[in-house]
Design a protein around this ligand. Structure first.
Ligand code: ATP
Ligand code: LTN
Length: 329
């Protein structure tokens, strides 16, 4: 058995991935695969917790995988697979629904409250139970570290609680996982409202920069993004939340320290800063899209199939152990 730490993470193929997803999650994964044993899943059964059009979902599963690959996830180093191809995920989720997860926990989940809004009684049971499926994803693979954006920390906490409860009752089946978020960029905010997270399900497309969008449109969105009062380019989350968000994006996609950017733009105004940031975005997207466009659907299907076989081997072993512990085998 490998002594490297085990990493698991995933993204739902539920919309067009944006630079928030890239910065908060995927860029972290790319770094981690150099040191750890990583598994990255396209979590399609999470995506169907809200309605998806079948043909679109099918395409998005392929496209999300292409995004992982274009970002630098290497199938030679990491396992990449489609969640629904490994049935152990849904089976373990059921067991954890019965042993470990509690209604009181799920009632506290802020993502559910945000997504269900006023419709808490009419949304799907799946949306409510979403965090238990996520716990199953994580716990099946002896995961120690879960690299995610800030908004997913609560779900990983819940996975820890579920695992702890299960272990206490049945013996040590699960490793207790830990969420890891980036120091900078764990929560990229909307370009039009710095109090809101940049989100792929946001209907206002001006709020976010999509990884595959037209580059000229992306540059315009930067130029049109809201800024704060004043004119100095300084990082200040309280008084300049919009500018601080833009500085974070610049620092990560342009590979420069925020402190350095503050120095470089001292004496210059927001206009110069935004113009240069638009160029950083242009370069980043151009490079990313070139890589993306060079990956064929066939290649993706082969990578997912190879990933499925590897993931299945690990997951079915853990599931069998759990089945024995609870007495059904
Ligand atoms: P949705 O709005 O459909 O829920 P999302 O944009 O939040 O989608 P997810 O699939 O929920 O995307 O998230 C994928 C990963 O990207 C998670 O690890 C999440 O924490 C991270 N992430 C999402 N949005 C941001 C953001 N604005 N800043 C940093 N990380 C983010
Ligand atoms: N809920 C996560 C996606 C997700 C996930 C996981 C992330 C599903 N299963 C397991 C980490 C580990 C989200 O980003 N919305």
């Amino acid at each position: 058995m490998s002594i490297k730490k085990h990493i698991f993470s995933g993204i739902q193929p539920s919309g067009n991935l944006n630079i928030g997803n890239y910065i908060g999650a995927i860029s972290q994964w790319v770094e981690m695969q150099k040191e750890y044993d990583c598994i990255f899943s396209v979590v399609d059964y999470h995506a169907i917790t809200v309605k998806q059009k079948p043909e679109e979902l099918k395409k998005r599963i392929i496209n999300t995988t292409k995004i992982y690959l274009a970002a630098g996830i290497d199938p030679e180093k990491s396992i990449i697979f489609q969640q629904s191809a490994v049935p152990a995920h849904t089976e373990l989720a059921w067991i954890l629904n019965c042993y470990g997860a509690r209604i009181a926990d799920l009632n506290k989940m802020t993502q559910f409250k945000d997504k269900a809004g006023k419709n808490q009684e009419s949304v799907s049971v799946g949306l409510y139970d979403y965090p238990v499926l996520m716990a199953a994803d994580i716990l099946l693979y002896n995961t120690e570290i879960v690299p995610v954006g800030d908004d997913q920390k609560q779900h990983v906490e819940l996975a820890r609680d579920i695992a702890t409860r299960f272990n206490k009752e049945f013996g040590d089946a699960f490793i207790i996982p830990q969420a890891v978020v980036k120091k900078e960029g764990a929560r990229i905010m909307s370009l039009q409202d710095p109090t809101k997270k940049m989100s792929k399900s946001d209907p206002n497309q001006n709020n976010c920069i999509i990884l595959l969008e037209d580059i000229e449109d992306a540059k315009k969105k930067i130029m049109r993004s809201v800024t704060d009062s004043g004119s100095d380019v300084v990082y200040d989350l309280i008084n300049k939340p919009a500018l601080s968000n833009l500085l974070t994006i610049y620092a990560i996609l342009g590979d420069r320290q925020i402190k350095r950017l503050e120095k470089d733009y001292s004496g210059k105004g927001y206009g110069d800063f935004k113009k240069d940031l638009a160029e950083v975005i242009e370069k980043f997207l151009k490079d990313f899209q070139e890589k993306y466009n060079n990956i064929s659907d066939q290649e993706v299907l082969e990578i997912l199939e190879a990933g499925r076989i590897k993931a299945q081997a690990i997951a079915s072993k853990k599931l069998e152990e759990v089945r024995k512990l609870i007495g059904v085998r």
